[in-house]
Write a protein that binds this ligand. Structure first.
Ligand code: BEZ
Length: 219
């Protein structure tokens, strides 16, 4: 990171769902980026351990192939690793040559790990550790709505990233709950009643707490 770059992330590892993450500004492959400038859109901010590594390369190829699917969901992608901007450029160039695909979403450089530490992507005491595969799903208000953490040797599922986004967007739109294995277009569940009369009058034993939302209902 050159000295002209300003990182304003506060040291606050241990982010949780519902938190507003610390803002930062940094260099990236598409120019300077500022986290708070992404308000108003969904953002998937994710770290990868290192450029020029096998699993990371497969993730970037697959994410680049699905760029339109994220766009369709009004969601931006932003990657981050400890590698320098010029390492990111060289890696993207190699990906284009080898896989015939251009990665156009920003990859942030974080050589001092200041962002990685602030987001809990690396242990606070690590000086040279690569970030793990942490993914933050950040909503248009800038709030963390979901997060995942995978080890360096297991690649993420891009369909699952899209499914998570679909689920978050659907529960917001319909004020419902997404059950196990939910897929876009499936019914959501309703929140359980908090009214004892409804519990006693429910037609079946489970319908007061486990019931689908009526089709087409939105809040
Ligand atoms: C990989 O992306 O393949 C990788 C990165 C860091 C450690 C191990 C594997």
């Amino acid at each position: 990171m050159d000295t002209e770059q300003h990182h304003s992330a506060a040291p606050c590892a241990g982010l949780r769902i519902g938190d507003t993450p610390p803002d930062f500004e940094a260099r990236s492959t598409i120019g300077p980026v500022k986290l708070s400038a992404y308000r108003g859109r969904w953002l998937v901010l994710f770290s990868h351990p290192a450029d020029f590594t096998p699993v990371c390369t497969t993730e970037f190829v697959e994410l680049a192939k699905e760029a339109k699917a994220f766009e369709k969901r009004k969601c931006q992608l932003m990657a981050l690793s400890v590698d320098s901007l010029f390492s990111h450029f060289a890696w993207l160039r190699m990906i284009k040559e080898r896989f015939d695909i251009e990665v156009r979403f920003p990859i942030v450089e974080d050589p001092t790990l200041v962002i990685g530490r602030a987001f809990g992507m690396v242990a606070p005491s690590d000086n040279d550790s690569a970030t793990v595969r942490t993914t933050f799903f950040i909503d248009p208000e800038g709030i963390i709505r979901a997060m995942t953490c995978y080890p360096a040797n297991v690649g993420r599922s891009i369909p699952e990233m899209l499914r998570t986004l679909d689920a978050l967007q659907a529960i917001d739109a319909q004020d419902g709950l997404a059950p196990a294995n939910w897929q876009a277009g499936d019914a959501l569940l309703q929140s359980p009643t908090q009214d004892l009369d409804e519990v006693y009058s429910a037609t079946e034993e489970t319908t007061w707490f486990l019931r689908e939302m009526p089709k087409g209902k939105s809040k």
